[in-house]
Design a protein around this ligand. Structure first.
Ligand SMILES: *Cc1c(COP(=O)(O)O)cnc(C)c1O
Length: 369
């Protein structure tokens, strides 16, 4: 048996008719940019996120940078985020000209340690960017409390959390302006790059609509120095075909996670914890073991493909030498980086594949005691 880390082909096979129908519509009309599919998908996705507005952009990284730009956060400003995240969070902040201020993650669910945020606030801090890592939302009550007290904006990086919930509120519905990615492997993935900004603030929505399209208010008139960062019509058409299936796919991911956790419960590996106020959508199913590197290789030899999200944290990346953080500054993030292992996770994963994966983990553990 072979177990891929993700299997985009299996998902495509289950909805290929809808995909082809929607893509053909775009090609028939040849309206590849801002075709009716884009606006339709924006409305659908706003509803899915329980927000008033959604604006399509070219990627999740662009969503982060444009959200900050719309808030007029840039050079000289500090934005607080978590050391334990994908590099794109930090790069989106950097593109705006603002400075990344990092905070360690907590011991329970890999997300930002909210008890350490206030100590990181400076005179220049303008915003907090919580990252809903692996598909589980940050405790947004804590974030709102800190942001309210210190007059900070909240920008959710929800790029791994389409459909996740905290106290019944969807990812993207709580912060001031919030960011999604439709990179193909995400819970909702396009057939190329894509992203979305969601907000309840009409002014911010209007500003993003200008910023993403050359600052254009009407043809030949440009009020802002904007960008070319649009969600194209073919990607929107693919995403529209997929969105009606997303709740079901997230439920499937949850079922897979439950089975993994049940089968692994008697072993020494640490399984993920879904906090009581959360609905985790398991973009990634991440376990922890001190024998990570050997386990990864062993599973690979059995044709079980895993990942590491992420082996080197932001503050130890060459690109972020200028932040002048040192090894040891974020001890929890650093310790976890050497222990985390993302097991195969996608909605079409079969019970057989999960059992095979866990059997091999158990075989590995018994041989490496
Ligand atoms: C994927 C991702 C992004 C960026 O998305 P792209 O569409 O690849 O630019 C940002 N933050 C996190 C946490 C992500 O996982």
């Amino acid at each position: 048996m072979r177990v891929n880390f993700v299997d985009l082909k299996a998902q495509y096979n289950s909805i290929s008719d809808e995909i082809h129908k929607n893509i053909s519509e775009v090609i028939d009309k040849t309206s590849f940019i801002f075709g009716p599919q884009v606006n339709r998908f924006e409305l659908e996705f706003a509803e899915f996120c329980q927000t008033k507005h959604a604006v399509g952009v070219a990627s999740g990284t662009d969503a982060i940078f444009l959200a900050l730009k719309a808030l007029e956060i840039g050079p000289g400003d500090d934005v607080i985020t978590v050391a334990n995240t994908f590099i794109a969070t930090a790069q989106g902040i950097s593109h705006s000209g603002a400075n990344n201020v990092l905070v360690d993650c907590n011991l329970h669910n890999y997300n930002i340690d909210t008890t350490k945020i206030e100590a990181a606030i400076t005179r220049n801090t303008k915003a907090i960017m919580p990252v809903h890592l692996y598909g589980q939302m940050v405790n947004m009550d804590e974030i709102k409390k800190i942001a309210g007290k210190n007059n900070l904006k909240i920008i959710e990086d929800a790029c791994q959390a389409h459909g996740a919930e905290f106290k019944g509120k969807r990812a993207g519905s709580i912060g001031d302006i919030n960011c999604f990615s439709f990179y193909p492997g995400k819970n909702l993935g396009a057939y190329g790059d894509g992203g979305m900004i969601v907000t309840n603030d009409e002014n911010l929505k209007n500003k993003i609509e200008l910023l993403r399209n050359h600052g254009q208010v009407k043809k030949y008139y440009h009020d802002l120095k904007g960008h070319n960062s649009r969600l194209d019509s073919i990607q929107a058409a693919v995403l529209s075909a997929k969105l009606p299936h997303l709740n079901k796919w997230n439920d499937k991911r949850r079922e897979c996670a439950e089975l993994y956790s049940r089968l692994l419960s008697e072993t020494e590996v640490v399984t993920p914890v879904e906090l009581t106020e959360n609905r985790h959508v398991y973009h990634l199913y991440v376990i922890r073991t001190k024998k990570r590197d050997d386990m990864l290789e062993y599973l690979k030899s059995k044709e079980i493909f895993c990942g590491i999200h992420y082996p080197i944290s932001i503050h130890l990346q060459k690109a972020y030498e200028d932040l002048e953080y040192n090894k040891g500054d974020f001890p929890v993030t650093e310790e976890f980086a050497g222990q985390i292992l993302s097991l195969p996770m996608f909605p079409e994963l079969t019970e057989e594949q999960i059992r095979y994966t866990v059997e091999n983990i158990k075989d590995f553990l018994s041989k490496n005691n």
